[in-house]
Each structure stands twice: as structure tokens, then as C-alpha cells.
Design a binder for this molecule. Sequence first.
Ligand code: IFM
Length: 804
Amino acid sequence: MKYGYFNDETREYVITNPKTPTKWINYVGNLKFGGFVDQTGGSLICKGDPALNRIVKYLPQLPSYEFNGETTYIRVKENDSYNIFSPYYVPTLDKYDLYECRVGLGYSKYISEINGIRTEITVFVPENDPRLIRDIKVTNLRTTPVELDLIPVVEYTHFDALKQFTNADWVPQTMESKLIEEENGFKVLTQNAFMNRGTSVNYFTSNHPISSIESDRKIFLGDNEFGTWANPLSLQNEELSNYEASRGDNIGALLHHLGEIAPGESKRVITQLGQGEEISREQNSINKYRDEKNVDEAFNSLAKFWDNYLSKLQVETPDEQMNTLLNIHNPRQCYITKNWSRDLSLYQLGFGGRGIGFRDSSQDVLGVIPNYPEDARELIEKLLHTQKRNGSAMHQFFASTMEANEGDSRERPDRPDYYGDDHLWIVQSVCSYVKETGNIDFLNKEIPFYEKDSEGNPQESGTVLEHLKRSVHFTRNDTGANGLPLLGFADWNDTINLPTGAESFINAHLYGKALLELIDLLEFLGETETVETYKTWYAEMKEVVNNVGWDGEWYIRYIDHDGEPLGSHKNAHGQIYVNGQTWATISGFATEERAETALDSVYRILNTKNGIKLSYPGFNGFDPNKGGITTYPPGAKENGGIFLHTNPWAMIAETIVGNGDRAFEYYKQVNPVYKNDKIDEYEIEPYVYPQNILGDEHPQFGLGRNSWLSGTSSWMYQAGTKYILGIMAAYDGLIINPCIPKEWDGFKATKYFRNATYEIEVINSNHISKGVKSMTVDGEKIEGNKAPIFNDGKTHKVVVVLED
Ligand code: IFM
């Protein structure tokens, strides 16, 4: 069954059936103010911190038919009672003549037709005046005039989101609502927690006279709440009660009489849900967004942001689904993931203080750098602020306070309190930013290390370049019995927490990759002595990896504290791990022959039609000596599930060894656009990548979960653009080095790079995967495959011919 379709012209995914197999969401605004809206109009909105400043009560675990945070009712008087329905399907669940939820870039638009009434609602957050706008247009499709009432409703949560579950007396006792009457019938309904008076207030208002309001859920639903969201009993009354709740479950319901609407006539009402310190200070901006022109302008400016963001790279390949993804949905997901880290989704609810992960965000920025490098740099700087003087990094931090902590290792005092990989990722992030922008000065910027003195001042600062050097120095000095980097509490795989002393191969590969990046950078900067040192370190680690890591057909993944391998044919569970193979190629540590053998083993043992499994066979029973991985059944998440984040690394590795057909086979099999046709198995949104899909050891093989906020997005974008299409920024030019399926005749791409536009055409009439035979730039043949930096604001034509 299909639930919608892609519309590339409008850059939307159009949901045509609200009964999607799981909730399908879209993001509006950002961490400063925003959240997500689902396919039936529900919303989860917060300001600044999803855990500590939550505004709307949205409980993802409730069944989809339940009211979830926000809705709008429309009512029409028929005989002696009101016929009540909702343009969002939930919570009234009526039968619609038309239902669409258009998932757009930074907005969702809901269109429905029912009872001869067409409603179009655009929901978004203006860029610079944070508030949730619902721009509602109601049209009478009937042949006779109709009199309508419109009642938008929001349900609030306590600002400390977890508290609503932990104390059901204290929380309601602290909530209060007030009504502010203005001229011309305009009203603002405010709501706050008593203790926050004077520091924060939520408000709900509109640009149309409000005839009455309700702020108490019990009164709104009626009959001691045996009235339901599907049929709130108070909506049978001419007016709402105008009760200003001084405790209880606070809601905001605004009753608008729209009056008579002639056949074909439309009426427009714009609501605003926002938060300020004091309502008096919000009045000007509230008035601003009562004006339709300003709302239109804010919406257009949002569209311009996305035009600009997406214009940095557009591709035209023979694979339309790849084009849809690379031109619209994948870069959008990269930006959303960069903004929200893992702080708020249907799956990560901002509770428990996860904050922003050092490892996660260091990878997320890689997906944003080509399109919005300065925004990525801001996050890179924050990350560097949480790096320690010894070069390792704090595992996670909170953007609002910049307070950092050591993550889950805090729960295991018997294990190391650092992660062996975190600090190594940031080397790739910084180098990628400098290659994209040419901003060498950034390397000289002084940034404090995390440690503070007793007065809270940083104990030491270092240049960005110094931070990067300390990253590799830390790992150089943090090796175990075999000379491999220690695991720490965990490496990329959070769920394998071996006793102290265990060594990790992915840490070795990340170290190797970081050294390669630094060698490249320092050669460009002319620091020859350090280059030589790093080359020696690289060669030494390469030797260790190959001496102790080769298992015959693949590389092992860990060496435990007692010298036993994990990820070896000797193990009963977890015999082979994908990362051990792909990263051996990406780091350049694997010899050509071993790289190919290891990647063939991945294809043979780990690949499935729904993606590559993380490992095989899955553990089958809890083992505290292995850690979190054994808490899942075989085939789920890190325990042999298709942990999608790792799949693009396999694509990248295949392009490195020149296997464009296999790289693309991997790309295609996880492209969510294709999932649109088998969504009943996959269940989640087909317009974004998820974190995981259940593997073939699990009875629900193919089921996706944890969509939107995943490192998959950044790496899939890189695999698609930098490695398969081969368009990669370098310090001194733009490299074009595709590795594509042999059957392709070629492709085209337009890439903005260092203040110039490169119109790229790749010709593959010889039908090979990899190998640039010739390159012309503006008609002139150049040596090699690197287009020069123009920095002239003009467009340049680059033609690349592939041949063995
Ligand atoms: O690498 C981690 C990530 O940091 C958080 N989610 C799970 C991944 C794999 O364990």
C-alpha cells in the first residue's frame, strides 16, 4: 500500500493517506524554537531545550488516532447541534474527500476536503521571529452559503518535560492560564508555570476576533473527561467557558466565529503559538504576524533559505530516485540532523540529558559543510570547546550551557570514563570545512580546552590546529598490549563495552584516517617535519593492524582485555563486523588484496536486500561483559541489525577499490525513495534515512525505526556526492573522481565551490566505473582531475571523460 508520493517540483513528499503505519513527521524551526509536526497536525514544540523547556504535550507512544498536542476543529450548525470535524483527520477521524499532508522544506501543509469545506493549513516557524504559525484558509465548496466556527487547540506540558510523568499533583498545581483582551476582539491566551512567572510565558493567539476561550482540558472535553478529543462536549455550546485555569491540565482553545462564507469564498485565520519572557514584550511581534503580508514574507524567506541551501549542489544522474534524494531530501535531513543532533525526535525525547554528542555532531557537520559551511563551523567550534587538554573529548554537551559530560560511561564505574573514538572524528570535520571554504585562518583561531579553573575560566587554549594535533597525539599514547588504540568505554559502537584494556580496530582506522587528513593538510601548509612524524606513526599503526588484525577472510574488530579477539571466525557470536572491513579500506591500512577480500566477505556474509548488517551472527542472551549489544535480540539495532549509519562506509570503501557497481547496489538498496513501494514492511517515512532496519535474523526483517536524526544522513550524502559522483573539495581545487555503475552513460552536476559555479559533465561512453582519462575546464584540457579555484563569481564548464 502507498501512503503518498514525491513531488520534486514542489520539493515535497505528499502524504495522501493520514493512516501511515507509524507517525510520520517533519521538522519546523530549530533548537532555539521549534520541534516537529506529524502527518495529522500534532506537534511537539519546545524552546531552547527539549527536556527543560517543552511547550506542547506530545506523547509519541500514544496510538496514532489520539490527539497529540495540537489540532483544529471546524464546526457547522446543523439543526440543533454542531457537526464537528478536524481538517487534520485526528482526532475526529472523519471520512475525507481529500487529505494531503505536504511535507515541505521547513513546513508542512495540510489540505483536506470534507463536508463541502476545503481547508489548507501551512505550519511553519519564521526564521527570525520564533513562533509556530498555522496559516489556515477555509473555503466553502458548497453551492450554498455556510456559517463556520474555527477552534484551534493546543495542550501544554510542564516545561520540565519529564515532570509531567513523575508528579501528577505537583505539576498541575503549578500551571496557570490568563486571558488578555485586546481591541477589536483580538485576544491572547497565555499559559505558564507559576514558578516561571516573569521569566517565560507561552502564548496562543490569532489575527481574528476570538469570541471565547477555554484553558482547562477537563471543561473542554466535558463530563469529567468522559467527553473525548474526538467529540469535545463543550463544542456543543454556543461559547466556550472563558475560564482562566489556575491549575490542572492547561490547554488553549480559541473559538472564532468566521460568519457566513459564500460558495467559493475563502477566509483566512493565522494562529501563533510562541513563548516570550513577558507578554508585554511580545506584543509588537504578535501584531506583526497578525498581518498576512508579514506571514507571507516570512514563509517566502524560509523558501529562499532552502533555495540557497540546496543550490550549492544539484545533480542529474540516470537514477531518478538518487536525484530526488541528493537534490532535496538528503541535504535537508543533513541540516535537520545537524540542528537537532539527537535531542528531539519521535524516538529521542530529550529526556535524560543526552544533549549533543561529540562523535555524532562531528559527523553530522560533514553533511552540511558543502551547503552551509559557516553554520557547520559554528558547531565545530562548540565541539572543540569540549575537547580536553590531553586531546580526548567529553562525550556530550548541552548547547544552552556548554556543560559537558562523559555519557553512559558514568553508569559503569568499572569501565574507562572516555570513548576511544570521539576526538578523532573532529579532524575530518575541520579538514573538510577548510577544504570546502579555503578558510585557512580558522586553523589559527584560539579555542579553549574544556577544563576550567575554580572560577570557571578555561585552564588552557590552543589553536584549532593544535586541537587536531592533540587528537592524534592522545590516541598515539593510548594504546594497549598489541599496540592498537584502547577501546575506552566504547568506540563508534556504543553498545560494546569490554573490560578495561580492550583494544579497538575502528579506533585504529579513525586514527589512520585522521593522520592521513593531517598529513594532507600539513603538506599544504608546508609543515614538513610534522608530516614526516605523522607518516611514521601511520606506517607503524598500519603494520600493527595487519600483523594482529587479519583473520583470514576479514579483519577482526576488537581484541579483548584478555587477548581474545571479537569479530573473528573463532567467535560464536559477532564473528564479522562491517566496520572492521570498510574502515580498513577507508584508513588505507588494508592492502589492496586484503581490502577486496574483506569487502567481498561483507557482501557474502553481511549484505541483505534491505541493507548491510552491522555484524553476524547476533548475540542471543544478555552478557554484561559485552555490554549493550547483548540487550537486543539477534537482528536488532547494533546486534546484527541493519544499522544504516555503517552502510555508506561500505559504499565509500567500494568506490576506493573501484567497484562502482557494488557501491551503487548498496546505495540503491537503502534509498528510502524506493521504500515508498514497500512501505507496509518498512513502515517509516520514505523521505529520510532511519538509524536502523531490522536484519534478517529478526522475524520483522525490513522494518525501519529511528528515522530522521541519524549519522546515516551525513554519510549517505557524502557517499553519494563525494565518492560515487566523486565531487570532492580539496585545499587547492575541486576533484572530480567518480566511481559509478558501469551502465551509466555519465551524469551532470552543478556545484558551487569557493565563489564560483562548476557545471560538471561526466561522460562514460566507455562504460567503466572509475578512471578519469581527460578533463577540460572551460574548453581547455588540464592535467589530472582537479579543477582550479576560480573565486570569480562566474560559471565554469568542466567536462570529464572516464576510461580505463
Ligand atoms: O555511534 C553511535 C552513536 O554515537 C549513537 N547511536 C548509536 C551509534 C552506534 O552505537
